[in-house]
Design a protein around this ligand. Structure first.
Ligand code: MTE
Ligand code: HPA
Ligand code: MOS
Length: 746
């Protein structure tokens, strides 16, 4: 089934439904919503210490300050002080012990933000400082972990290492990353009757926020409704963290009986909420004369932070991507979720995948240097094959490998060999400036590692004027999910997309949802919405068939009309007729990803429904006197299956690449020796700006490549995979640095 001849069909360049509203400032974010009378504003009291016993809290001065409606600490929580998304024992407000500098200890609501802010400084907390664990190394050495360290074991890597002709070993680390979404965390809690509460939350996971609020307030899930129309960016930072914000807002609202808004200022957002995990890797690889890997032992130590949060998923994904696109016959990948007195790290685009790939790419480069071969030749020797070299270390067969093809096509189309030669020539004649070039292949597994998260629901209504109301469990964070799902529905009904109303995600419309994450938003919700719409379409076809006196199967939906041969009704007339016949025009849709399995004990199974593939080539230049660098050129070839919307996918690829480039170049988080984050605003934390985008930036979508498994219209996920293509920037910088001895001029 293709998209059809209507406005907004799948596979067409439909612009994001809110594009104009985004650029004209008319898109309504939570802070833009009209505030009901009595709305309260919130300020947080954050721990200044990385690790301290809370001896006492005196809130009397704050409580009597101007305009204050409530002051809450852990002891004011009527339910449980636990907002753990996966495990348990992760407090909303510090309970007895402050576990990181920036941990919320108390919160104040007042008539104005200024009053709340002033009152927060009157909350007197007495601390007794305790020795903190601040580094990955320290936690690793003391064996302080947030959960039982996992490992992937495939073959016998330690024995195989002994028989290899060559081995190399080394260490590499990668830093964390702040999400720097434009809209900081926000929640707006509005109390209703009988302790019911509605929370407008900037979240990728409304269901989890619902659960968190229900736990904290000690009320049932059906007392709590969460709504999110859109986020001003999430990037994984709003998968688990919004529960903290919504939980505090709800606690205050429940206490003072008024609507309460909690919007973090940028500094507090950066200090108090989680980021990408930084990692320390130790690797050893054994290989033959051609550079083909025979065994790999990789230790991946992640800064989990003070609690587990989503670390088990992140580390699992790092381990599952610790081989990237390469077949490794004997692998031992060990994860070490280090418990430190720093903010709990969390999901960030790629979810551990980018980190895992850094390790193996470093090892590949190391092998090439050891053998005096080109890195690209060593890569080629190690790609998955079609024969027996086609199973991942966690036991999933790789049946859709197109990596060699993609690398070959990209290399040919951009004349990679010629470019490498030009860079050699440049470096031979320049001493201060040095150029580097590198190719990065990316194979990324699509589906949540935890099979239970791979499900989705949708709700579709057709009204009697032929207009359609669409709702599903996915959330919109700028990635274009709502547009894509609306395209799916318009394609099913063959009506222009303008007739499909996109509506806010709500836990009372579609319940028990998974987070919009793992790049699976359109795969899951697109399919659920397809199923709902298809059910209604079949019913309408039945009614139209009766009307025209033909079998329902002979009814065709085309160009906003419903046909039986040459006779037709408009879609709206058919809707009205369906109602007249007392046939329901409303349906729920449900989808669960087939054929996936995962055993988190043994870390084995086939957790991914399919893989996406992409490759990039990047050229950089460094100034060897100042240390400055620029990315000069980036060329990308990315597989997105049969794209639901090539324009949106192009934007996703460009955005992800630049975001990954920021992670690996200008963005750096610095903590002082007491564990306090020093880089908590744009003056010290440098995300890429428009001028950092490579002047030559060419993104190609692999054409004619429908997904081999039946995903929604044979498309593939796109949200995260291209971020890892930016590892080519990092590799190119390493290449440039290694060329500092090249010139023969001096
Ligand atoms: N694009 C924009 N503009 N804003 C975002 O917050 N998040 C990314 C990606 N692209 C993000 C984005 C992340 S981390 C994921 S998992 C996916 O979008 C989630 O959406 P999808 O599953 O619908 O692709
Ligand atoms: N990706 C993103 N978010 C997640 C995942 C994942 O694989 N698992 C649980 N949350
Ligand atoms: Mo994305 S890190 O899976 O929200």
């Amino acid at each position: 089934m293709d998209g059809g001849d209507i406005r907004g069909a799948v596979h067409t360049n439909m612009r994001h439904d809110s594009a104009v509203k985004h650029v004209t400032g008319r898109a309504v974010y939570i802070d833009d919503m009209p505030e009901p009378p009595g709305t309260q504003h919130t300020a947080l009291v954050l721990s200044p210490h990385a690790h301290a016993r809370i001896v006492s809290i005196d809130k009397s001065a704050a409580e009597t300050a101007d305009g204050v409606s409530a002051v809450v600490t852990a002891t004011d929580i009527p339910g449980v002080n636990d907002i753990a998304p996966v495990m348990s024992g992760e407090p909303l407000l510090a309970d007895g012990i402050a576990q990181y500098a920036g941990m919320p200890v108390a919160a104040v609501s007042a008539d104005t933000y200024d009053q709340a802010f002033a009152a927060a400084s009157l909350v007197e907390v007495t601390y007794e400082e305790l020795p903190p664990i601040l580094s990955i190394e320290d936690a690793w050495e003391k064996e302080e972990f947030t959960y039982k360290p996992p490992k992937i074991v495939f073959g016998d890597a330690e024995s195989a290492m002994k028989t290899s002709a060559h081995t190399v070993s080394g260490e590499v680390r990668c830093g964390g990353q702040d999400h720097f979404y434009l809209e900081t965390h926000i929640a707006f809690a509005v109390p209703g009757e009988d302790r019911d509460i509605t929370v407008y939350s900037s979240t990728q996971h409304p269901t989890e926020v619902q659960h968190g609020v229900s736990h904290v307030l000690g009320i049932a899930q059906n007392d709590v409704t969460i709504e999110v129309r859109r986020m001003g960016g999430g990037f994984g930072g709003k998968e688990s963290q919004p529960t903290i914000i919504a939980g505090i807002a709800a606690l205050l609202a429940d206490r003072c009986g008024k609507p309460v808004k909690l919007r973090l200022r940028r500094d507090d957002d950066m200090i108090a909420t989680g980021k990408r995990h930084d990692f320390l890797f130790k690797y050893e690889v054994g290989f033959d004369d051609t550079g083909r890997i025979e065994s790999a032992v990789i230790d991946m130590a992640a800064r989990s932070g003070n609690v587990a949060d989503l670390s088990a998923g992140v580390v699992a994904r790092a381990l599952c991507h610790g081989n990237n696109a390469y077949f490794i016959p004997n692998a031992l990948f060990r994860g070490w979720p280090c418990k430190t007195n720093t903010v709990s790290n969390t999901a960030f685009r790629g979810f551990g995948g980018p980190q895992g790939m850094i390790a193996i790419e470093t090892a590949i480069e190391h092998i090439a240097r050891d053998l005096g071969k080109s890195v690209d030749d060593v890569r080629a020797a190690n790609y998955y094959g079609t024969d027996d070299r086609n199973v991942t270390p966690y036991g999933q067969p790789v049946t859709d490998n197109i990596m060699p093809e993609i690398v070959e096509r990209l290399s040919r189309e951009i004349d990679y060999e010629g470019r490498k030669k030009a860079i050699d020539d440049f470096n031979a004649t320049h001493t201060t400036l040095k150029k580097g070039i590198a190719l990065m292949p990316v194979k990324f597994g699509i589906s949540f590692n935890a099979p239970m998260l791979n499900q989705a629901g949708a709700l579709v209504h057709v009204y009697t004027d032929g207009s359609v109301h669409l709702n599903h469990g996915g959330t919109e964070m700028g990635q274009g999910l709502f547009t894509k799902v609306a395209q799916v529905v318009s394609s099913v009904f063959q009506i222009d997309i303008d007739h499909v109303k996109i509506s806010a995600t709500r836990t009372d419309k579609v319940p028990n949802t998974a987070p919009t994450a793992a790049s699976a938003g359109s795969d899951l919700n697109g399919m659920a919405a397809f199923n709902a719409a298809e059910e209604i379409r079949v019913r309408m076809a039945g009614v139209a068939g009766d009307h025209f006196g033909v079998p329902a199967d002979d009814i065709e939906f085309r160009q906003n009309r419903v046909y039986a041969g040459n006779e037709s009704l408009s879609f709206a007339e058919t809707a009205q007729m369906t109602w007249n016949q007392r046939v329901s025009l409303s349906a729920t849709g449900y989808y669960r990803t087939p054929d996936i399995s995962w055993d988190s004990e043994t870390m084995t199974g086939s957790p991914f429904y399919y893989f996406t593939y992409g490759a990039s080539v990047t050229e950089v230049v460094i100034d060897t006197l100042t240390g400055e660098s620029r990315v000069l050129a980036a060329d990308i070839l990315q597989d997105v299956g049969a794209s639901l919307n090539p324009a949106i996918d192009l934007g996703q690829i460009e955005g992800a690449f630049v975001q990954g480039m920021g992670w690996l170049t200008s963005e750096e988080m610095v903590w002082d020796p007491k564990g306090r984050l020093m880089t908590h605003g744009p003056s010290t934390y440098k995300i890429p700006g428009s001028r950092d985008v490579p002047p030559h930036f060419k993104v190609h979508i692999l054409d004619d490549a429908p997904n081999r498994v039946p995903t929604i219209f044979r498309s593939k996920a796109v949200g995260e995979p291209p971020l890892m293509l930016a590892i080519s920037v990092w590799l190119a910088l390493r290449d440039a640095v290694s060329r500092t001895g090249d010139a023969k001029l001096m």
